[in-house]
Ligand binder design. Structure first.
Ligand code: NAD
Length: 511
């Protein structure tokens, strides 16, 4: 049994906030009807944050019906009207920024400085970006291509989009799914991860308060098996956009394919961090610690495999370990905390399992344990550096999703790039060098949706995010995301008014 935690309720009184239910359908909250409940836990203490009724298939049906009803009006609104609504939405989010930061920190265990400076401002900026982008949807071709006709392209919304999001950045993932979809004139049903529903619900509420019509954004919080699969297979849903693990992505793809849906998959990652021997080693060490530990390593683009050219390998290992040891684990709400817990005790144990198995074949240089003392009840794990693991080992090949960095040496540039490409994933990567030719070669040859040079992690609303290989396909953020959320229609007008056209003779008669 989870005990109600008064400290937790003081930080953010979630149980009061969501007394009307943790579903958001047609512009209002509702209780789920699955007959099952879920308790959101504070990963820093294990205390109960919110117990809510999970969505069942009927709730998903109601949400899809609300989105379908809202579609003609929203799709038919002028782009400027949608843009105005999104600008107001960004303003409401900005007014509530501190509230969002606290809720996100509470349900995820993220330090407040991370949610205040990254998750929440990033979401507000994304909302403002899509307010502008809503007015720039365009078809590229128009003209008399046959000589006898005028052709043009209409870019049209799809209809009801069904999206599924993970728990690592619940607010940003909700924003990445919802904003391009609705900016393009679609309506949406989003299923957040059941562990982290709070900020998705608050996001939908803020949209209503900003004047976005009821039914344009709907949230169903239920399990993947019940609510998720029903949403993906729903006949009135025309597109599935999924962010999560590659394994679940495969299952989602099967269901979406069987019902002929457009599909967008943002899946796992295992980002390489390639340090050439002319790199600024100070910059690389700082970048590796920040890039590996951001969000306690629960980031699909986090640096997970550092490849360091032989001359600097031992120094890089020693200095990275030393810097990791200065990182302050602690209460996400306390000043001075750098790193919070993982999302859950189960995730912490999963990460510990990877590290414990690696002891048989690699060197655990620092970390490799959960802290004791006053942090012992939370899902904490110490920043961990693992050296000398073989390239084909589990710790180098599998997505761990925790504060764990593996470091391996390489000799030639060819080898460094080949090792960077040697996993099934291809979401993000970085190259560290002061030689523009070397760095430029790495950006061309590393197979990933994003390659940073001399940095690792930053994202911006104007630029696309999405994977190569088993990391999925399709783009979030940026104007490129409209390719996922719109369809093109060719419109062709006859200009001749000729009754019996020349080409008709291929079907009847002669010239
Ligand atoms: P997950 O795959 O376990 O779950 C993701 C979502 O899918 C959740 O909402 C879950 O309820 C739902 N789900 C589970 N089973 C389902 C099913 N059978 N049908 C439909 N939906 C189902 O992932 P997670 O543990 O929540 O998140 C971590 C994963 O997400 C990591 O692999 C990470 O790399 C990935 N991720 C990728 C990106 C990206 O942009 N590529 C961003 C963030 C996270």
């Amino acid at each position: 049994m989870h005990h109600p935690d008064t400290a937790t309720q003081d930080r953010f009184p979630a149980q009061d906030r969501f007394a009307d239910g943790a579903q958001y359908i047609a512009g209002r909250p509702a209780h789920g009807t699955s007959g099952h409940t879920h308790t959101v836990l504070d990963p820093a203490t294990g205390g109960a944050v919110l117990t809510y009724a999970l969505a069942g298939t009927e709730d998903v049906d109601a949400a899809v019906a609300a989105a379908r009803d809202a579609f003609p009006g929203w799709a038919g609104a002028a782009p400027g009207e949608r843009a105005d609504a999104l600008h107001r939405f960004a303003a409401v989010l900005a007014e509530r920024a501190e509230d969002f930061a606290r809720a996100e920190s509470l349900q995820c265990g993220k330090p407040l400085k991370l949610t205040r400076e990254f998750d929440v401002p990033g979401t507000i900026d994304n909302t403002a970006f899509f307010a502008g982008a809503a007015r720039h949807l365009e078809g590229r071709s128009a003209g008399e291509y046959s000589g006898d006709h005028t052709s043009y392209v209409r870019r049209e919304p799809l209809g009801v989009v069904g999206s599924i999001a993970p728990w690592n950045y619940p607010l940003q993932m909700a924003a990445w799914k919802i904003l391009p979809a609705i900016a393009a004139g679609n309506t949406i049903v989003l299923k957040p991860a059941e562990l982290t529903p709070l900020t998705s619900l608050m996001f939908a509420r803020a949209a209503t308060d900003a004047g976005i019509p009821d039914g344009v954004i709907n949230i169903v919080t239920g399990t993947g098996k019940e609510a998720g699969e029903h949403l993906v297979g729903h006949p009135d849903v025309v597109m599935t956009s999924f962010t999560g693990s590659t394994g679940v992505g495969r299952r989602v793809a099967e269901i979406a394919t069987a019902t002929v849906k457009r599909l967008h998959l943002e899946l796992g990652g295992k980002a390489p961090f390639v340090v050439f021997d002319d790199a600024d080693l100070d910059a690389a060490v700082n970048g590796a610690v920040a890039g590996a530990l951001i969000n306690t390593g629960q980031d699909c683009t986090a640096a997970t495999r550092a490849y360091v050219q032989r001359a600097h390998y031992e120094e890089f290992v020693a200095r990275t370990a030393a810097l990791m040891e200065t990182v302050r684990l602690g209460d996400p709400f306390a000043a001075g905390t750098d790193l919070g817990p993982l999302i859950s005790h189960a995730q912490r144990d999963r990460v510990a399992g990877f590290v414990d198995r690696a002891r048989a074949y690699a060197r655990v240089v620092t970390g490799g344990e959960a802290p004791q003392g006053e942090l012992k009840d939370g899902a904490y794990y110490r920043p961990t550096l693992i050296a000398d693991a073989p390239q084909d080992s589990e710790i180098v090949q599998s997505e761990i999703f925790g504060p764990v960095l593996a470091v391996l040496p390489f000799d030639t540039d060819d080898e460094g790039i080949a090792l960077a490409n040697d996993t099934p994933y291809g979401l993000a990567a970085s190259a560290w060098s002061r030689d523009v030719y070397r760095a430029n070669r790495a950006t061309r040859e590393i197979k990933a949706g994003c390659v940073w040079v001399n940095d690792h992690i930053p994202i911006i609303s104007e630029m696309p995010h999405g994977g190569y290989k088993s990391s999925g396909f399709g783009k979030d953020m940026s104007a490129y995301s409209f390719e996922e959320y719109t369809q093109l229609k060719h419109v062709m007008f006859d200009n001749t008014a000729v009754v019996r056209k020349d080409w008709h003779r291929t079907v009847f008669g002669d010239r």
